[in-house]
Design a protein around this ligand. Structure first.
Ligand SMILES: [Mg+2]
Length: 144
């Protein structure tokens, strides 16, 4: 399971004037990781509640890599037994892994997740970049 955040990873605050090609290039790094690791993409971004999320993913050529489950293509909108002291994002991902019965995962996110989760930490000023491909693979090798 490849958990994908969007803001700070694919879309940056400074992107207002940037061309769609640059955003698509970032998305291509995510697609490369999903293909190389043979992991489906789960949307963990806050944008998973937005009506136009599929339009965005389609325009970035990521739709075909999405986890093909009617409900579980995104992390849960509500966490059971939420711990307010821990990362909400990390808890949503932990619950998703439990629900789908998976362990193997890589989280692409610019904000903290839970200790012990495999996290490809992205600099929100840069977004995901070419070097993150190798970094993601190395993290998975270490986690295996
Ligand atoms: Mg983010």
């Amino acid at each position: 399971m490849l958990y994908l955040d969007i803001d700070g990873v694919l879309l940056l605050e400074k992107d207002r004037d940037v061309s769609h090609d640059i955003i698509k290039r970032r998305a291509s790094h995510v697609a490369w990781l999903a293909n190389s690791l043979n992991m489906p993409i789960i949307v963990s971004s806050q944008r998973r509640i937005s009506d136009d999320i599929m339009i965005l993913l389609g325009s970035l050529d990521l739709i075909d890599l999405l986890y093909g489950h009617r409900d579980h293509w995104r992390t849960p909108l509500k966490v059971d037994d939420m711990d307010d002291d821990l990362s909400v994002r990390g808890q949503e991902i932990r619950q998703h892994l439990r629900v789908v019965g998976a362990r193997r995962h890589l989280i692409i996110d610019d904000t903290p997740v839970l200790a012990g989760q495999t996290h490809l930490d992205i600099d929100p000023a840069l977004g995901i970049a070419f070097d993150d491909r190798a970094r993601g693979l190395a993290l998975m090798n270490k986690a295996a």
